[in-house]
Structure formats: structure tokens, C-alpha cells
Design a protein around this ligand. Sequence first.
Ligand code: TA6
Length: 299
Amino acid sequence: MLDALQGEFGVPGVVEFVPGRNGMPTVRLRHPSGAGAEAYLHGAHVTSWTTPAGEELLFVSRQSHFAAGRPIRGGIPVIFPQFGPGALPQHGFARISEWHVRRAGQTDAGVSVTLGLAQTPETLALWPYHFDLELQILLRENALALTARVVNHDPRPFDFAQVLHTYFRVADIEQAAVLGLQGTTYIDSLRDDARETETRAEIRFAGEVDRIYLNVPDCLRLRDEGNGRTLTLQKQGMPDVTLWNPWVDKAQRMADFGDDEYREMICVETGVAMATPLSLAPGQQWQGETIFQVENAPA
Ligand code: TA6
């Protein structure tokens, strides 16, 4: 399989298809600057994004599963068509499905691979709609751009959510801050979904947080003070943002997450319809994008 993918889509030293953990097929992108990214075809799951200097910007749990039918803990889970619990498996089926390679290559814009998922007998059994879901992963010198597109190929409208559930690596959660959410309304999942207004210009972390922010400005920042780094998140078509850190107690209850790993990660998730599903008419499409940029990359 990997040889066939390499033959059809590969570019030696730039786009390479190689076995990942447990031999699961992955695609590795290498930018001329030295920046790198890696994604599993399982879930179209980005598990690594590194700077030209080789610094890892994403968090993946040392206890993550890498197996069919199981989500990878960390990186960038692709959430579709359901966010959170509900009639479908938690966070939907896209992150535990096997995606297909559609395009790959290098242009002036960067090094990219596009992965796709359409209905299968398994998804139809869970969610009886014909759809197409595509994710483009574009690597630049100091940026990673993820563009998601959903098309309704069914004769009926369907409701969906699409979220990039990104786990950022930080040196120490208590030396990290998220900026750009002041004045927005959030739903506090830890307080019976109470709706509040965010009053802080700079959000810091000292305990479990699980909040869905609605209709958020399209530019956010994550300051990782312990690493002397700031990441900018520039989004479009993805109005909602979730902040999540499990902290101690929840971390200890998660089999695929180390008890102390909460200290080295923060989820800043971007997407659409996190609180209220979005309806898509037959033949219509939705597209959204988030560009992660290292703001002050060392020269
Ligand atoms: O995005 C926040 C959240 O919905 C949390 O409530 C927590 O469940 C997290 O996602 C991880 O969910 P997972 O199904 O990947 O364990």
C-alpha cells in the first residue's frame, strides 16, 4: 500500500508515505526550510508539526493508542459529524475512519497533502447520509494550514459539526496563556453548560477547563512562555473555539493519557457548530480553515 501511495503521490524528500506506529500508514511532509509534519491516514490525524529547528509544536500522549477503531490521543483529531457525546460515537466517526489520499505535492504555497473521507457501509450504518469530507494539510516554513470541506451528496439536508481538536505542546500549562477571547460568550461544560461572558484578555490555567466559546474573533494567540514561543491561530469559517485541559483528576481517569501529561498540553480547538449543529442542504458545501503560525520563530 505504501509503495503504491509513494508511486502515485510521493515526492522524494518532500512527501513520503511511511509506516508509523504499529505499521499504520502515515504521510510525512518536509518543507525546504526544514519544517516538518506527519499525519496518519487513520483519521487524517496530524501527529507532528515541527519548526525548521526541529521543535515539536503538538502534543501526543505517550500512552496513546495507535489502532483501528481507536482515536489517537493528541495531535489534531478531526471531529465530524458530531462534537462531543450524542447518538454517534463520541466526537463522531471521522477520527476513527481510514481516509484516502487525494492529492499531494509542493508549490510556492508550501508542501501539502489532501486526504478525503466519504460514506462507507460502516458510516452509513451510523449516519445514513452520503457526504464528502476533505482535509488539506499545508506546511510552510513557520506555519501549518488545515482546510476542511464538507459536501452534502445526499438528497436530504444533514446536520453536522466539524472541529480541529488541536493539542498544543507547552513547556508548562501554568506558564501558558490564550489571548483573543475577551468579551465572547462561552458554555462551561464543567458548570452544567452555564453560559458566561469571558472577561479576561489573557486566559491562564490552574485547573480543569472545558469551555466552548461561540462566535469568536478569527485571530487568537497561544503564548507558551516556558518555551519563549507564541503561536497565532488565524481562522475563517470556524467561529467556535473550545479550550480543554483535563487537569489531574480527569487525566488519572484516562487510560490513553499520562497522569502528569496535563502539564504539557492545552487543547485550543477551532471549528463550526460546536454547540448547535449546522444544517447543510443537498448539493451544498461548507469550508473552514485554521492557520497555525509560529510568531516569533528563532532566526
Ligand atoms: O473538546 C473537549 C472535549 O469534548 C472534552 O469534553 C473531552 O471529552 C475532550 O473533548 C476529549 O474527548 P475524547 O473523546 O477525545 O476523550
